[in-house]
Design a binder for this molecule. Structure first.
Ligand code: NDP
Length: 595
């Protein structure tokens, strides 16, 4: 790699050492659920605690569980196809999903807003910045709901308790904490992937007597809306993932003292945010967003294009790494290709580490902030102020050298035998991944023959196209498992929303009462997914622990629940082709049973 020199053997050894010191036998069991004594960490700070309503027992054509991007997109695409009877259901007090819950200071999208924020052309909106901030994205979610009239029958502040298929009625019955028994011909599960906050099960975690909360439930009553109430506080934050990277610079400016407790440093590359140029936004031709999204998808999923419309750190990395490329390259053996990928990855990571040295003044702090693992082992991060924050006099990095926080006491946090006293402890410790479906969602889906989705997936996820499941008729599950690879999650959600909406609208207009993925179609999709995850499964094994690789304990089950790796738009093309002739392929279809 021109311009970058490194000792390959030494790097391989260093990566392996760093990984080994982070591996723990308890894997994902090291985290505790935000329920019971920890329930407060997951409570909704934005809801109306007094809210009540009468139970509903009415009948809708489509119930959509979750009113984030996935639910809004499904609702929008259904409306475009003329479906009127739609009910969104969400435990939150408004639409927005991730953007409803996460309101920590500094929150912004980390994929360019012109491709990340869906339905921009449909709403005639252009974001104000290349990487829009959280409040603007939340406002856009509300605009989508208004534009497509999705508030009409919505049920907010409604926690689903159970979704059960009633074969005789050919309906799903949705039971909620309001005593509802809503009947739905179809259900679309758009209830999120990273949605249930988790906490590390650190010894003494319940002993802390100061104030504490999780970043996804930011306590502005305590901090003040401008964080002004933190001026005389010593604040600690546990976690240095994508959330912490965005909020740490803001907390640092507001507090008397900030202690950042780090287990593994993130990669922090250049952001380069800028306001939207009005001359550019006014000159955008019809179809601009679709073209931009497809170009971004192509370039970040290993394809090639004549132009790079987004032209940011994401597209530049993938051009350098070709890491996403799952397929063979003509004239290059697999061995040569994998070696080239490894060399490009080392070079990229050297660049990231050199950036730390060029910004962070104290050499020991700079050393501790350097990540030693393959670039895509963790979510890449981008920020122009995060590393600079460690040059402030009121900020201390407390590096746990991969071990994590040792203990929490009444007054603070212990690392390596030293107690650090603090007034407030913020958990930037992410969300549950890999736990059972019902634990993450708080409810069970009970399909045909009373089989639950948790039981059905006890040996691994099984779906047709990552969306429908044998035994669960008229049910669409929007998620990343067995679905097309992307770094731009709303792109995937829209592909799935369009497909689900097309199939549902077709079924409604053809008097279809039951539509269920066949065993054969489901098995064939599962086999395809598993066969294609070989290279990424091997890479994941060598990665530092994290939620991408089940904390270093990736297994056959994890592999089965992985992305469908194909060419950049192959997944969308497969879905389109499967319904090109009207009736969707891979389903057993029944018509004419009671309505
Ligand atoms: P993550 O799971 O990425 O990070 C959790 C952090 O907590 C890690 O740094 C982890 O360390 C640390 N941690 C866990 N246990 C301990 C412990 N015992 N002691 C010390 N540290 C500990 O959560 P995030 O909320 O940061 O991000 C989750 C995902 O949300 C991202 O990957 C991204 O996909 C998404 N996101 C997207 C954003 C956007 O702009 N679109 C912004 C923010 C998040 P370790 O790494 O060692 O496990």
């Amino acid at each position: 790699m021109p311009g970058v020199e490194f000792d390959v053997d030494a790097l391989r050894q260093k990566y392996a050492q760093e990984r080994d010191r982070r591996l723990r036998p308890d894997g994902i069991a090291q985290y505790v659920e935000t329920s019971g004594v920890f329930a407060d960490f997951a409570n909704d700070p934005w809801s109306d605690e007094e809210f009540t309503r009468e139970p509903l027992t009415d009948d809708v054509d489509v119930a959509i569980i979750g009113a984030g991007f996935g639910g809004l997109l499904t609702g929008a695409r259904l409306r475009e196809l003329g479906v009127q009877s739609i009910r969104l259901i969400d435990k939150a007090a408004d639409v927005g999903g991730t953007w409803y819950w996460n309101r920590y200071p500094g929150i912004a999208c980390d994929v360019e807003s012109y491709v990340y924020m869906p339905l921009l052309e449909e709403l005639g909106y252009v974001p104000t910045e290349k990487y829009a901030k959280g409040p603007e994205i939340l406002a856009h979610c509300k605009s989508i709901a208004e534009h497509y009239d999705l508030y009409r029958d919505i049920c907010l502040q409604t926690e689903v308790h159970e979704i059960r298929w009633e074969a005789e009625l050919q309906r799903w019955i949705i039971a909620t904490h309001h005593g509802d028994a809503i009947r739905a011909r179809f259900v679309a599960m758009a209830n999120g992937y990273l949605q249930k906050p988790k906490l590390p099960g650190i010894e003494g975690i319940t002993a802390f007597e100061g104030h504490t909360f999780h970043t996804s439930r930011w306590d502005y009553d305590y901090t003040g809306s401008d964080l002004g109430k933190l001026a005389d506080k010593r604040v600690g934050i546990i976690g240095t993932g994508a959330t912490a990277i965005q909020c740490v610079p803001h907390i640092a400016k507001a507090v008397q003292q900030l202690l950042v407790f780090q287990r593994t440093p993130s990669t922090v590359d250049v952001r380069g945010n800028r306001p939207t140029d009005p001359t550019w936004s006014e000159s955008l031709p019809d179809g601009w967003q679709r073209r931009r999204i497809e170009n971004f998808q192509l370039l970040t999923a290993g394809g090639e294009a004549d132009e790079d419309l987004v032209d940011d750190a994401w597209t530049s990395i993938v051009k350098k790494l070709f890491l996403m490329r799952q397929t063979a390259v003509e004239g290059v053996s697999d061995e040569e290709r994998l070696r080239a990928v490894e060399m490009a990855d080392f070079a990229k990571m050297e660049e990231i580490r050199t950036r730390v040295d060029s910004i962070v003044a104290d050499p020991a702090t700079a050393e501790a902030l350097k990540p030693w693992y393959g670039y895509f082992c963790k979510r890449p991060c981008f920020h122009d102020d995060y590393l600079q924050t460690f040059n402030r006099d009121n900020v201390t990095l407390v590096d746990t050298k991969g071990k994590g926080v040792e203990r929490i006491t009444r007054g603070g946090v212990v690392v390596d035998g030293t107690e650090h006293n603090i007034d407030c402890l913020i958990f930037a410790t992410g969300f549950e991944v890999g736990t059972d479906y019902s634990r993450r969602t708080g409810f069970e889906i009970i399909g045909r023959d009373a089989v639950t989705l948790t039981e059905k997936w006890s040996d691994g996820v099984r779906t047709l196209h990552g969306l429908t499941v044998n035994g669960f008729p008229n049910c669409f599950i929007l998620s990343i498992a067995q679905s097309g690879f992307t770094v731009n999650f709303p792109y995937l959600l829209d592909v799935q929303a369009r497909h689900s909406a097309e199939v549902i609208a077709w079924a409604l207009s053809n008097d279809v009462t039951q539509l269920e993925a066949t065993v054969d179609a489901e098995s064939s999709w599962v086999d395809t997914v598993v066969a294609r995850t070989g290279a990424s499964a091997e890479r994941a094994k060598a990665c530092t622990p994290g939620y991408y690789n089940r904390e270093g304990q990736a297994n056959a089950k994890t592999r089965q629940g992985s992305f469908f790796y194909g060419t950049p738009t192959e997944y969308a093309d497969i879905l389109d082709a499967s319904r090109a002739d009207g009736a969707p392929e891979g389903f057993e279809i029944r018509t004419g049973i009671p309505r």
